[in-house]
Design a protein around this ligand. Structure first.
Ligand code: PLP
Length: 383
């Protein structure tokens, strides 16, 4: 198997697996129990909180709250930001957020909130003047992702945070799910109030996430019940997952990403150079993109066919279009970028990870050359 879909999820690091194992088996205490066994579990949770705070550059461990996933963190951030400011009914977000934010904001629109949807250009970049014009005194929350999951394009969170604070008292939420572990983050130096991350994107298991809530923000709880997580997120702590996430965060601190970057660059350069009718979706400048992601369109060929052929050879990637009742539709991100249909439907996202190696990239390239040649010959658009 050659797994090139690391933005969808990642393999659990063996160090992470080893760290969580005792808490799945022998050290099964509830960290809310006050006996010695429970206190040991509590200590492990608090260690993970420190490891997470360090990776995020939080100024205090009490700014870190464990959740079940990135989606829960995003929902908590946005819904509770609205609850905290009941007189404000305006939200600002982008057209290219992950469903965790985008679909929630569409839902809130139906509930009566006004949403300003920020456009992106053809390279998936935001215009800061649009942000400046969108934020108003009655804006309750601005939600912008740090790294776009399909294209890898990075948004200028520092500048956006400054604009939000200059123009309003709105809370600034950042969906950092795709960025954490891939690029350095230092929340204490930014005007970010709320921030979401997800364990399974950084070599921890599925089922654990984090919301960072800046000290001083009295964000109401989202899940209500017992007193876990400083009475702000009820539910018995998922100790094995939390320990795993802490270990995964520690492994990401000062991680050298040069191998991942080299492999991504090789994959991207070779495809764009050697295969005719290919287009990079997203900004060309690699400093403005995640170092592991390439979204490339093979014009006139269906992404689903490419994916199926790669799948037959045990090579796993993602596509940027979906098939509903026999018709193809580009993803909302590619649509927002105004990528022409013929190009959008042939979009493939390659996302490299820590455990990929050069031999895998070489095999993936060789197989891809053959598959594309074959599909281009068969394409009705090939004249
Ligand atoms: N936000 C972004 C940018 C994502 O890429 C994802 C998952 O792909 C999520 C949020 C949702 O995270 P989770 O799968 O942990 O709910």
């Amino acid at each position: 198997m050659i797994y090139l879909d690391n933005n969808a999820t990642t393999q659990i690091a063996s160090e992470v697996f080893d760290a969580m194992l005792p808490f799945l088996k022998d050290s099964y205490a509830n960290p809310s129990s006050s006996h010695t066994f429970g206190r040991m579990a509590k200590q492990a949770v608090e260690k993970a909180r420190e490891q997470t705070a360090e990776l995020l550059g939080a100024s205090d461990t009490n700014e870190i709250f464990f959740t079940s996933c990135g989606t829960e963190s995003d929902n908590w951030a946005i819904r509770s930001a609205l609850k905290l400011q009941p007189d404000k009914k305006h939200i600002v977000t982008t057209r290219v957020e992950h469903e965790a934010v985008r679909v929630l904001c569409e839902y809130l629109e139906k509930e009566g909130y006004e949403v300003t949807w920020l456009d992106v250009d053809g390279e998936c970049q935001l215009n800061l003047d649009d942000v400046r014009n969108a934020v108003r005194e009655d804006t309750a929350v601005v939600s912008v992702m740090l790294a776009q999951n399909e294209t890898g394009v990075l948004f200028p969170i520092e500048e956006i945070g400054r604009i939000v604070k200059e123009k309003s008292d709105a809370l600034f939420h950042v969906d950092g799910v795709q960025a954490v572990g891939k690029i350095p983050v230092d929340l204490k130096s930014m005007e970010v109030d709320l921030f979401a991350l997800s364990g399974h994107k950084l070599y921890a298991p599925k089922g654990v996430g984090v919301i960072y809530i800046k000290n001083g923000i009295n964000l109401p709880p989202y899940i209500i019940g017992a007193k876990q997580e400083a009475q702000r997120r009820a539910g018995t702590s998922a100790v094995p997952n939390i320990v795993a996430l802490g270990t995964a965060c520690e492994m990401c601190i000062n991680e050298d990403h040069s191998k991942v970057e080299r492999l991504r660059n090789k994959l991207e350069d070779r495809i764009l150079e050697r295969i005719p009718q290919t287009h990079l979706n997203g900004v060309r400048d690699r400093d403005k993109r995640l170092l592991n992601t390439s979204n490339i369109s093979f014009a006139g060929i269906e992404g689903e066919s490419i994916m199926a052929h790669l799948d037959n050879r045990g090579i796993y990637v993602s596509i940027g279009s979906a098939c509903h009742s026999g018709t193809h539709e580009a993803s909302p991100t590619l649509k927002a970028m105004n990528v022409p249909y013929r190009i959008a439907m042939g979009s493939i996202r390659f996302s490299v990870g820590r455990y990929n190696n050069e031999a895998e990239i070489n095999i993936a390239l060789d197989e891809l050359y053959k598959i594309i040649e074959q599909l281009q010959e068969m394409s009705p658009y090939n004249i």
